[in-house]
Ligand binder design. Sequence first.
Ligand code: AHR
Length: 503
Amino acid sequence: MTTAKVVLDQDYKIAPVDPKVFGSFVEPLGRCIYSGLYEPGHPKSDKNGFRTDVLEYTKALNLSINRFPGGNYTSTYRWEDSVGCKENRPRRVEIAWQSIEPNQFGINEFADWSKLNGSDIMMTVNLATRGVLEAMDCVEYCNFEKGSYWSDLRIAHGYREPHHFKYWCLTNEIDGRWQIGQTTGSVYGRLARETSKAIKLIDLDIKTVLAGSSAPTQPTFPSFDYEALDEAYDHIDYLSVHQYLSNIKGNTLDYLAKPMVTNQFLEDTVAVIDTVKAKHRSTKKVNISFDEFNTWHTLGSIGRFDHRWETAAPLLEDTYTQLDAVVLGMMFLAILRHCDRVKIACVSELCNCISHIRTRTGGGVWVYPPYYTWLLFSKYARGTSLLPVVKESPKFDSENFTDVPYLDIAAIVEDEGGLNIFAANRSLEEKLPLEIQLRGFENLKVAEHIVLESKNATDTNTEENPNNVKPHSRGNADIQDGKLNAILPKLSWNVIRLQSQKA
Ligand code: AHR
């Protein structure tokens, strides 16, 4: 394989990375919450029923924000079912996931869990089958201090202090034909605008997230987004977009190329937002909330309805591999290269369902290889993103993509001056030599070259063999005369950490 050549210049800064891009998504779906985050009676659960063994893994991710509760779940969500005395909470038919929702883990439980986890909550209101008033009630319950019906009820439920949730999603994926309450961009945009106005009048600190179309592959993208923004532009703060990459057809080269679509999708979304901005002569900058993204192989499978009307059924429990770790890693790189506009990002979801953290009910917890890409991203992508100039990279063609570079790369300058380089090698067979010319960086030395690699693309971890695929620090990156050279093993995800010689 020929050498990939890159320039990293201290002056080519994109933007500071918003801490809210280190987020996730928690939906009462399958075993995400029940027997995931929450399993009363489990030997590792605390007095609240929170699994402390799962918390160890979620805490390590240092998540800033978790979106809750959905998701498709939101379209028939009755938030008030999930508060108050647990014994009195109704069991409901939950149609999005064809389950019975026992409402034992609601808003206040998630607030308690989030405190332990050290993360904030981004709430979602149901505008699919409910309206402005119910959204206002929910905001009053969660954020109003005291002296009103809903705030006093929260206090009566044992929560004297308001939760002060700042970020509110105005429903979810409402252009999707699977969504109860599916509608058009204009109709939704009007309702979202009025809801946003109303809840911001209750709490002036609130920032709202308009739902965009549910995927770049939807026929409604980007017209739905345009129409909704056209109605609501000056009243909302973010546009929500979602994307899942899958290898359903087993076309692995295509799958490895797909993060290029993520790049294009983010650019198209910015174009739509800014078109509406120009049309409205607005001075406001609406940013992107990429609040659901991941890889997902059971996407669209009817197997998700095999457990009708159960609670905590094993829904959407994909097994993730080294291959998925590299693909997810490249989605992170797309976020870093667009961090001037992507200000919130949530890996979907946090536990069990399309997740990299897996539990056994009554048993152990383990993590799949993509957990480590996520962990390394969260640990080392804090700072200011740099625009890497890729001068040369060997390339390949797949069935549906041409000129796919084997190299994918992004870089971060830390506030303390360190430089962290994230690089993926898409090749399934060959190692990739990398040469980076460093401009404007003096006296840097390689502190660590972390590599996530494995013998086979399909390698993974199990409860019995949880450490089969784990990152190591035996990468060979080296700096000589302002040039960094490294070998990126086949199908690998790499973090090269450079620090000042003096450090
Ligand atoms: O994350 C699973 C589902 O994917 C979410 O509920 C929905 O928003 C998306 O379609």
